[in-house]
Design a protein around this ligand. Structure first.
Ligand SMILES: *[C@@H]1O[C@H](CO)[C@@H](O)[C@H](O)[C@H]1NC(C)=O
Ligand SMILES: *[C@@H]1O[C@H](CO)[C@@H](O)[C@H](O)[C@H]1NC(C)=O
Ligand SMILES: *[C@@H]1O[C@H](CO)[C@@H](O)[C@H](O)[C@H]1NC(C)=O
Length: 242
């Protein structure tokens, strides 16, 4: 079985509560992002974000302080510790994520990163006033399998906002052979698929949070024909384009 991930998530989801006055020697409030999400810097810069400066920091919080002291900085990205463990410091990169009055940074899931965002920017660009953002459904990666294989999909990476939690996960078939068999597992976010025939299936995950808001996402399951799956060709060539 092969999985192909290409999803990116908008950043606003990932930032928790404000920490007022948290940065030493800088009184502006910052929000701390969830761990393991990294700014897609190339994409951000292409969309107009500016890379302002790079610093080496030995204390994580200093990354926030550097951003705080630079009035242009509204997002600081702390890179993972050097894998060899030789350096005592981590690289801190400062960004201006606002271009033409729009927030242009996107984040992707990657281990070891941490980020900080200026509260005033969050309020201004990322929080629609008086409106609760819906949860972000994540149906996982696209899957390529051989005929006869069984697939379990999960929605475990879905996130609810505003301190809500996800109360319901619902999977439905959007396209593909309707004789597909879908079964619940012991985990409420999962579905087990069997009786899969060669061809392509699209499944939709709908999640509902404790504020009654809902969001959805789709995933594609590609079942190879027996000829294709017996050939020795490179599986990567079969990657689903989306
Ligand atoms: C605050 O920053 C200034 C200059 O950037 C520095 O001179 C001062 O010592 C700092 N104070 C603290 C408490 O870190
Ligand atoms: C950070 O440290 C690395 C070596 O660990 C060095 O090559 C780099 O120039 C430093 N960057 C800054 C901005 O000081
Ligand atoms: C959920 O699915 C993803 C692929 O979409 C997989 O990498 C991950 O291990 C699965 N997690 C669980 C708990 O099954």
């Amino acid at each position: 079985m092969f999985r192909f991930c290409s999803s990116t998530w908008l950043l606003l989801v990932l930032f928790g509560g404000a920490q007022r006055g948290a940065a030493a020697n800088c009184s502006d409030a910052f929000r701390s992002g969830s761990d393991d999400f990294v700014l897609d810097a190339k994409d951000a810069v292409e969309r107009g974000a500016a890379l302002l400066a790079t610093h080496n920091v030995s204390v994580n919080k200093d990354c926030e302080t550097f951003c705080c002291r630079d009035p242009r900085c509204n997002l600081a990205l702390l890179e993972p510790r050097d894998a060899k463990g030789t350096a005592d410091t981590r690289t801190c990169v400062l960004f201006d994520c606002v271009h033409k009055k729009r927030f242009v940074c996107r984040f992707v899931n990657q281990d070891g990163y941490h980020s900080y965002m200026r509260e005033s920017m969050f309020q201004r660009y990322l929080q629609a006033p008086g409106k609760l953002s819906p949860p972000i459904a994540n149906a996982g990666c696209d899957v390529v399998i051989r005929p006869g294989e069984i697939v379990t999909l999960n929605g475990t990476e879905s996130v609810a906002l505003h301190a809500a939690h996800i109360v319901d996960y619902r999977w439905s078939l959007q396209s593909g052979d309707p004789t597909l068999k879908m079964e619940k597992t012991d985990l409420q976010d999962q579905v087990r698929l069997s009786n899969l025939h060669p061809g392509s299936y699209v499944l939709k995950l709908s999640v509902k949070d404790s504020n009654g808001q809902s969001g959805d996402d789709e995933v594609t399951v590609l079942v190879l024909s027996s000829e294709l799956s017996s050939c020795e060709c490179s599986w990567e060539m079969l990657a689903i384009d989306d």
